[in-house]
Design a protein around this ligand. Structure first.
Ligand code: HEC
Ligand code: HEC
Length: 296
């Protein structure tokens, strides 16, 4: 809020409160007693007269109490323009505190499994229920609630791995994230359209789906030059850089001619976000065991 609006709010708020106070005080004057009297205000309408009685005491003090309460509230909590109140309370801080409390409470439960080896933990039903909840909260948006993935998001339930399915590989994936980059046309930036067609057919031939056998045969040379450096001479992939196995039936993107052609022409960039810092070490340990359990 700019200084002008901050002062505007402060003046308006305090002005209203003191206005109420003044009104209360002014109308009370001269009425030292709260005994009912026969005095009237002198105002009469249709024969009905208005009695000039003082405010009931309970009402007066209740009103006074609300004025004092509001001043106290405004001193302690945010309410007066940019003034944050002497308690330093904010929604954000309160949320942080609650998260810390929850971490302290559940942290102990997670910590119980911290020393259990991942393959063993994967067989622990209680821990895996916890893992499932963590997965639903932190991973399902991308990998799906059943962890079966989607276009661009790997299926975690099969045994095809971009980066490896050993416990330490999964922990590394979760802690530091992963980045899969395939440059357009691989290592052959000057690949001709004919060569693109050939190499796509060659990739399709790994699963016996080549559209044109001749082109597929010619594609072997293109593959050796432009692709083998990452996907391996036998196209079995390379987990060190996340280059997928092109011979299995697990596909990160579509498996049709058009999808593969698109990958070759434009390349791919993909990212698994790092979880360390977002989740505790113990939570990551449980999640890694959960992921491990999905395919073992
Ligand atoms: C923002 C989306 C997103 C979120 C959230 C996310 N992931 Fe991923 N994850 C990806 C993508 C994309 C990849 C593939 C990266 C690549 O292609 O290089 C991936 C890859 C992985 C892999 C590697 C799979 C393999 O074949 O090697 C694992 C394991 C994994 N994620 C587990 C998780 C877990 C557990 C969580 C929850 C803590 C999670 N992911 C949260 C997007 C996400
Ligand atoms: C610099 C390394 C590199 C080179 C060279 C390379 N790729 Fe890739 N390729 C990758 C990576 C990494 C991915 C995974 C991208 C991701 O995680 O989204 C990939 C993905 C693919 C996919 C998608 C696989 C799937 O499961 O959907 C295909 C198809 C593919 N590459 C074919 C090729 C072909 C054909 C060539 C040669 C023209 C080639 N690649 C060259 C690294 C490479």
């Amino acid at each position: 809020m700019s200084t002008f609006w901050s002062i505007w709010v402060i003046v308006l708020t305090l002005g209203t409160i003191f206005g109420c106070w003044w009104l209360l005080w002014a109308t009370r004057k001269g009425q030292s007693t709260d005994q009912e009297t026969d005095r009237t205000t002198g105002h009469s309408f249709d024969g009905i007269e208005e009695l000039d009685n003082p405010l009931p005491k309970w009402w007066f003090y209740l009103f006074l109490g609300t004025v004092i309460f509001s001043l106290g509230y405004l001193a302690l909590y945010p309410g007066l323009g940019n003034f944050q109140g002497f308690l330093g309370w904010s929604q954000h801080n309160q949320w942080e505190e609650e998260v810390q409390l929850a971490d302290a409470r559940y942290g102990e439960i997670y910590a119980r499994y911290g020393d259990v080896a991942i393959p063993e933990l994967a067989g622990n039903e209680d821990a895996m229920q916890m893992g499932q909840r963590l997965f639903a909260n932190h991973c399902a948006v991308c990998h799906g609630s059943a962890a079966r993935g989607a276009i661009g998001f790997p299926n975690l339930t099969d045994d095809a791995w971009l980066y490896g399915g050993k416990p330490e590989d999964i922990v590394e994936t979760l802690n530091n994230g992963r980045q899969g980059n395939m440059p357009a046309k691989g290592f052959m930036p000057n690949m001709t359209p004919t060569q693109v067609d050939q190499v796509v057919n060659y990739v399709l031939s790994f699963s016996n789906r080549a559209k044109n056998e001749e082109a597929a045969e010619a594609g072997a040379a293109v593959y050796a030059q432009g692709c083998a450096g990452c996907h391996g001479p036998e196209a079995k992939g390379n987990q060190a850089m996340g280059a997928p196995d092109l011979t299995d039936d697990a596909w990160l993107y579509g498996s049709t001619y058009e999808w593969i052609e698109e990958t070759v022409l434009y390349g791919r960039e993909n990212m698994m976000p790092a979880q360390s810092g977002r989740l505790s070490e113990d939570q990551i340990h449980i999640l890694a065991a959960y992921v491990y359990s999905l395919s073992n």
